[in-house]
Design a protein around this ligand. Structure first.
Ligand SMILES: [Zn+2]
Length: 133
């Protein structure tokens, strides 16, 4: 189970979190200018239209920026983990933890894909991992 902090969903982002129950990454989409809207809101920041839809994303993208955090561990060890800004293939930018690799492996432009961590209430927290090979 995850011990990561999860923000309470606002009404605008509730569909995002509901979709995570099925491990689906969805993006809010403006049907007027055909662009993803991130983060979710009640109108499009580009054209101010309110014709917003939800579309499933591939979950694949590249690292736009990465920060390595140092978190003190219970046993006196320090755990390193990376927080990344990911440019999804669909054009939206998402911030999440990067898991399953050493901090030194992370670099701008690295290909990543979404992975999921179960939460206690059945939702899943989206994380990213490096696409290898
Ligand atoms: Zn728009």
């Amino acid at each position: 189970m995850s011990d990561r902090a999860v923000p309470d969903p606002s009404p605008a982002s509730a569909p995002f979190w509901e979709a995570t129950r099925d491990r689906r990454l969805v993006l809010q989409w403006c049907t007027d200018c055909d662009q993803p809207v991130q983060y979710p809101r009640s109108f499009c920041p580009r054209c101010h239209g309110s014709c917003l839809d939800w579309r499933e994303a591939s979950g694949q993208g590249v690292v736009h920026a990465a920060t390595v955090e140092h978190r003190p561990e219970r046993m006196g060890e320090t755990e390193h983990y990376a927080v990344v800004l990911v440019d999804l293939d669909e054009g939206a930018r998402l911030m999440a933890n990067l898991v399953g690799c050493e901090p030194g492996e992370v670099h701008v432009g690295a290909p990543v894909q979404v992975t999921w961590e179960p939460l206690e209430d059945g939702r899943q927290l989206p994380l990213f991992e490096l696409r290898r090979g």
